[in-house]
Design a protein around this ligand. Structure first.
Ligand SMILES: CC(C)(COP(=O)(O)OP(=O)(O)OC[C@H]1O[C@@H](n2cnc3c(N)ncnc32)[C@H](O)[C@@H]1OP(=O)(O)O)[C@@H](O)C(=O)NCCC(=O)NCCS
Length: 277
């Protein structure tokens, strides 16, 4: 039985929908914490970390270590013994006897990370933090590779100062969809049109659960995206843009349109004694 069932405040999804919990985590840690987190990693993860430059290595160790702690809370297994495997396009998932116990997806941007969890459905999440380098000139350079023809036409009509944010919104939504399918962005973003209108969901306050309706992603727009390896739920692929954090662009996708969304922090999820997922 998933650990979540035994805990208070575990949100039950609406009938036919899925529960998705978004957990915010920091990728900043003291040297001592980094050493402790590194001990949770598998041999393969340590080899991967060793190949990175120091700054990237540190963030990977912290992100993966904290992801393991969250998963440990969810499946009630020691963090270091959780079997994490990657799909053919690199998406990590639970393996071995834990396969399918819960779905998750991680995203990071600079020092911040988010993990989406669901018991019922594969999930995808993407976070981009705006930066001074996201100028209208940057947007003009990137637009062709992110927007499909109609989107590009509409986007070009925007005033220059609005263009970077509009582009980042398209970016995170498309990436969340492709990450929910496990495909990643190697097939390109511009072939994937966004659903119109796009669901904009106010991020719930901490530990509050909200029922929301995601926008439906047309199956044909996914082209050659593989069906998720670990099963689908509900009535199609849904996506929404999470608003409420003015300093971040965040989108979440799952294999259902009705979704009970909960938001919490790493500390609350690991130490706070509340269920999540
Ligand atoms: C996954 C991908 C979209 C990440 O983009 P990004 O904006 O740089 O990174 P994000 O922070 O949003 O997400 C990274 C996380 O997504 C997860 N991830 C990796 N591959 C994934 C995939 N195919 N689908 C969903 N999630 C994936 C991982 O947890 C990764 O974090 P980690 O590197 O610390 O393990 C991009 O790297 C990609 O397209 N990968 C697929 C590449 C591919 O086809 N590889 C073939 C391997 S044989």
């Amino acid at each position: 039985m998933p650990a979540c069932d035994a805990l208070p405040r575990c949100p039950q999804p609406p009938e036919g929908g899925v529960g998705v919990t978004v957990v915010a985590l920091s990728l900043v840690a003291t040297d001592g914490d980094v050493a402790d987190l590194e001990r949770l990693l598998s041999a393969m993860e340590r080899i991967r970390a060793e190949r990175c430059v120091p700054e990237v290595r540190r963030r990977f160790v912290v992100g993966r270590g904290r992801l393991r702690l969250l998963l440990s809370r969810f499946v009630e297994e020691p963090a270091e013994s959780i079997d994490l495997r990657v799909g053919s396009y690199g998406k990590p998932a639970l393996g071995g006897h834990l396969a399918g116990r819960c779905h998750f997806n991680l995203t990071h941007s600079r020092d911040r990370g988010l993990v989406a969890f669901s018991r019922e459905s594969p999930v995808g999440i993407d976070l981009e933090l705006p930066s001074p380098s996201h100028t209208p000139q940057w947007a003009a350079m990137m637009a062709d590779s992110i927007l499909e023809a109609d989107e590009l036409q509409r986007w070009r009509c925007l005033a220059d100062p609005l263009k970077p944010a509009a582009l980042l919104e398209h970016w995170v939504v498309k990436e969340a969809i492709l990450k929910a399918c496990g495909r990643g962005i190697s097939g390109g973003l511009r072939h994937l049109p966004l659903p119109v209108p796009l669901a904009r969901i106010a991020l719930p306050s901490e530990r509050e659960a909200i029922d929301t309706r995601l926008s439906s992603v047309a199956a044909e727009s996914l082209g050659s995206a593989p069906t998720p390896l670990d099963g689908t739920a509900g009535d199609g692929l849904g996506v929404g843009l999470l608003s409420g954090d003015a300093n971040a662009f965040v989108a979440v996708a799952c294999h259902a349109l009705d979704c009970r969304l909960t938001y919490t922090t790493f500390d609350q999820a690991v130490h706070g004694g509340v269920g999540f997922g």
